[in-house]
Design a protein around this ligand. Sequence first.
Ligand SMILES: [Zn+2]
Length: 217
Amino acid sequence: MNRYPVIEIPFNYRATCWFCGEPKDQIINFPKYNSEESLLTHSPICLPSCDECAAIIKRSAFSSLYAYRDAIKKALVVKHQKILSIGSNWTKQELAESQLEGSAFEGFKRSAWFMFEMMQGRINYQGWPLVIANEKLIIESEHESFDFDGVTYVSLDDAVTHAVKTFHLDEQLFTRVLSVIGKDKFGNAIRLCRLYPALTSKNRESVFLDILESIGL
Ligand SMILES: [Zn+2]
């Protein structure tokens, strides 16, 4: 379901994932949950994505599409570390001229550089300008600083990452609770979620609903 206006898609990009340049599989809502709209520094939008980019990030409560894109790219780098390391360990020529023998290595030589270049292209891909109804979408600054507990974080997302690590929070639960109660109650969100450090996808939803009930929402 498209809840928001879809960004304009130039003809040449009509089948392309905005995040990585691969073929698109779906149109996603950003933000994922209505409750996150209040955290956004720009209007909510819909945009084309491949299935992998759409599913790779489990947390929510991003402050902008750029922050979300950064998280996707980081996750792609981690997931495809092996393929990307080909480019660090070899140059194209070394690979072609290498004397290593064996049928497994021949197969590797044939496909490795191609796979590396494809993955590198996805990581470096920049999308196209975000335009809705002939108007360019303004995304203020990637880093609107966020203060919590006397510390100024470069962004809300940085503060979230820090809190998840420091307080051993369940990332998906914390970001959903945060988006519902608002970033002004960042400390409350931590306190509520600290009680549930290890969740499964099965009980996360019921814990989330319990928390909402406990604070009268
Ligand atoms: Zn993609």
